[in-house]
Design a protein around this ligand. Sequence first.
Ligand SMILES: [Mn+2]
Length: 312
Amino acid sequence: MLIRESEFPERISKYKNILYLCHRNADPDAIGSGFALQQAFGGTLGAVEDLSRSGQAVAKAIGAMVSINPNVEDYDLVVLVDASVRLQIGNFSLKSYAVVDHHLDKGLLPDAVFYIQRPSNSTAEIVWAILKEGGIKVTGDMALGLLIGIISDTGRFRRAKPEALRAAAELIVAGELDYEEVLQVISLPQVISQKMAVLKAVTRAKIERAGDWIIATTEINAYEGSAAMALVDLGADVAFVAGRHGDVTRVSARAGRDAARKGLNLAEILRDLGESHGGEGGGHKAAAALETRGEPTLLLDECRKRASAALL
Ligand SMILES: [Mn+2]
């Protein structure tokens, strides 16, 4: 059942033992949002498998204790934060759960006891609305985590909508934060394996034109998301990067603003591909991911065809 932000405190108060669960490779938006909810309403903060490097940096800066792979059976409610597809949280059984998320995916919504999902730049903005409307006082650390969530999910405000900018300004005031210091927290030097992966992915890329649109596809078995982003930064309108992970193939996709405006919806393309290959995909219009069985080359072909059909 879809609820409003203002209804969240009342709903959550009915449960005693709550787990706020962040997705796999938890990023600053997931950690910052989960931490703020946990601080405001009590319970445990957890993540599936691991935290991303920037997720770890944020957790350290705000003093978040994150339980890795907690036993979901131990809780009477699991609040999934920043995720609404199985792809991001893995295959354990979920009895009673809620969702707070900003993706376009519907996968886990029908069985949730309640959920808040709307297409904002970040989950952190939704959490900020919950706290604000509930009249809950935020600490500096809560505000810091939420602000970093917004900064990182907007690409340092490059994709920010007015609501994100407004929430960021409010959080700086509420948490008495120094913006320059905040940026320091997520200014991490790239590790060499990431630089190598991205450079290899770019040099191997296949570049094709669909009318005036440029679609790039490539394979690399790590940092697919960073590689796709790099290809779009270099001029591709759409980029799909596939990599093998054990017996599954992961595809990360990114699109430039013009392609998304033209109606390209990467979340839809990767969700459909996931459905037809027995995997799962989803995300946002301009940034999405897929995990499924199948040959990387064939999956990339299908991605390219779907993207050019959407753009032409
Ligand atoms: Mn997010």
